[in-house]
Design a protein around this ligand. Structure first.
Ligand code: GDG
Length: 527
């Protein structure tokens, strides 16, 4: 795989338009979470820890190809201390000796603004909305605290991001290309545009874009500001055509002065045109294989052998309501009821990463998961005992351990990815790449990956517990030749549509927009 060299040489194997763009530009990656977090050890030493999550993984790979600066929020006390020291020293960036691909700049909101932006608006309000997670007769309640969090949190922090980005752009020796990430930053593009009308702005939305009717659960002031913010970009990218079309509909429904061209996937608004694109995110096969082959992963693989059975079902996810973990266990329970011949012969291994434990819904969800697993294990332990065997049908591993999760992907017979509505679900792609047993993927129609991988998976509606149980059964009993055929096609697709392609397709479209804009620039400066 090619890469960028700090001395300015860009790998010759990159497509021409992309290579040209990278040679002239600096990529300014803008996301809530940065590539690393700083922490103080007990003896006061400053150490870095690599950030987690799909967005960081993807954009970290992007930084290998280009001169890159990352603008992110300070999350820890040590992050804030670092930003302060950088300011006092008048240094433009934080250099990271262990991560030479990045130069970093922190946005440092005051804690109250950050709390409103992150814990009240971004997660849970926008995240819940965009994943259709609300039980609408009960939530959300947009009350005075929500409005306060919107004005004094979300708007304020988005403005801080815009200030930081414009400062970075102004100081950049090369042409800056701004790559904004996700739902935390919907307003920032409009604030950046106020200051820098000519900057190239690209925004990728990693999560679903729901139907325009569902957006009406947010007050019109908020949803209009979100649409206007996104339309300040040159390109807005989504994971699937369905999400992109929903965005066009939402703009059409909310901004009467926007002109939506459904044929060209463009919106004209206040004298500018925004293009809407589809870029399904993927994995970096080389990187994923390297982690899976690491010493750490091999140790886990060995240890996990004890948890396997004649059949192994696997799930790997954040402990997140949108991932539909509880229904997955209910489907497994139903499978065992319908096929008692599986008793003692199948194990369900679930690797769950605790997430957002500052939000009550997430603590409750983890409790629900523990309760359903406890119930299933108790129920079948008794049934197994009657037959004189010791058997635990579900093994739950809760914790943050990426090499362990990848190690487990090598030996599943069925991988369950049954998200309700989700952006992509990279786990389906990692599983397809790493599995060594021609394992079958049971995939929800609500997962973003469904659009690409659905034809070779067994697909289910996310609420259909009976259908999911049947799909698990079909997966476990599928003839070997059919399993092998599907596994091969899944792997080939993932290898061809990798993270590099996701990135380069976006850079290619940015280069195209850039070349279209050059003539406008020649005319504009005197005004
Ligand atoms: C969003 C969207 C979209 C697994 N165990 C651990 C761990 N993992 C890795 C997985 C996978 C990643 O975390 C999770 O990928 P998802 O695709 O489920 O992503 P989300 O975190 O929900 O993020 C999603 C994604 O953005 C990218 O656009 O696909 O739809 O919701 O790679 O293998 N990672 C760590 N510890 C673990 O124990 N650090």
């Amino acid at each position: 795989m090619g890469s960028y060299h700090r001395d300015g040489r860009v790998d010759a194997h990159l497509p021409h338009a992309v290579r040209d763009l990278l040679e002239r530009s600096t990529l300014v990656i803008v996301s809530n979470r940065g590539p690393v977090e700083f922490h103080h050890t007990s003896d006061g030493e400053l150490v870095t820890k690599r950030g987690t999550g799909g967005v960081i993984t993807a954009m970290s790979a992007a930084a290998r190809y280009a001169d890159a600066i990352w603008v992110a929020c300070a999350m820890t006390n040590a992050d804030r201390a670092c930003a302060e020291r950088m300011r006092q020293q008048g240094a433009p960036f934080i250099e990271l000796p262990d991560y030479p691909d990045f130069r970093l700049r922190f946005v440092v909101p005051d804690p109250e603004a950050y709390h409103g932006y992150y814990n009240r608006i971004a997660n849970p309000l926008l995240w819940f909305l965009q994943h259709y997670l609300w039980d609408t007769p009960r939530a959300p309640d947009v009350d005075h605290r929500t409005w306060q969090a919107w004005h004094d949190g979300y708007v304020v922090v988005n403005r801080l991001f815009a200030e930081e980005v414009t400062a970075v752009a102004a100081a950049s020796a090369r042409e800056p290309i701004i790559l904004l990430q996700d739902y935390h930053l919907y307003l920032a593009p409009a604030f950046i545009r106020e200051r820098c009308p000519d900057l190239l702005l690209h925004h990728f939305v990693h999560i679903p874009w729901p139907d325009q009717d569902y957006w009406r659960l947010l007050p019109s002031e908020m949803r209009r500001a979100i649409c206007e913010g996104l339309l300040a970009n040159d390109i807005v990218g989504f994971q699937t055509p369905r999400h992109a079309r929903s965005f066009l509909n939402t703009v059409d429904a909310n901004l009467s002065d926007a002109e939506v061209d459904y044929r060209r996937w463009e919106v004209s608004f206040r004298g500018r045109t925004t293009r809407v694109g589809v870029y399904p995110i993927s994995i970096d096969p080389e990187l994923v294989r390297a982690v899976a082959a690491s010493e750490d992963a091999r140790r886990h693989e060995e240890h996990l052998q004890a948890y396997r059975n004649e059949f192994t079902i696997l799930r790997v996810d954040r402990a997140e309501p949108s991932k539909n973990v509880v229904r997955g266990f209910l489907a497994y329970d139903r499978l065992l009821e319908a096929h008692p011949e599986l008793i003692g012969r199948v194990n369900f291994l679930a690797f769950l990463v605790p997430t957002r434990l500052e939000v009550a819904e997430y603590i409750n969800y983890l409790d629900e998961i523990n309760a359903v697993v406890g119930r299933i294990n108790a129920k079948y332990a008794n049934a197994a005992q009657v037959e004189g065997i010791h058997w635990q049908p579900v093994h739950l591993f809760v914790g943050d351990d990426y090499p362990r999760a990848l190690a487990a992907m090598k030996f599943y017979d069925v991988l369950l990815v049954n998200a309700i509505f989700d952006g992509m679900n990279l786990v389906a792609k990692e599983g397809a790449l790493l599995n060594e047993r021609d394992g079958v993927i049971v995939l929800s129609e609500g997962a973003g990956a469904y659009q690409q991988l659905g034809q070779w998976a067994l697909t289910v509606s996310p609420t259909d517990i009976e259908g999911t149980a049947e799909a698990l059964w079909r997966g476990l009993t599928m003839p070997a030749a059919e399993r092998a055929r599907r596994a091969e096609l899944l792997r080939a697709h993932v290898l061809e549509h990798d993270l590099r392609r996701w990135l380069f397709d976006q850079l290619h479209d940015i280069a195209k927009r850039r070349s279209e804009r050059q003539p406008q620039r020649l005319i504009a400066p005197s005004s």
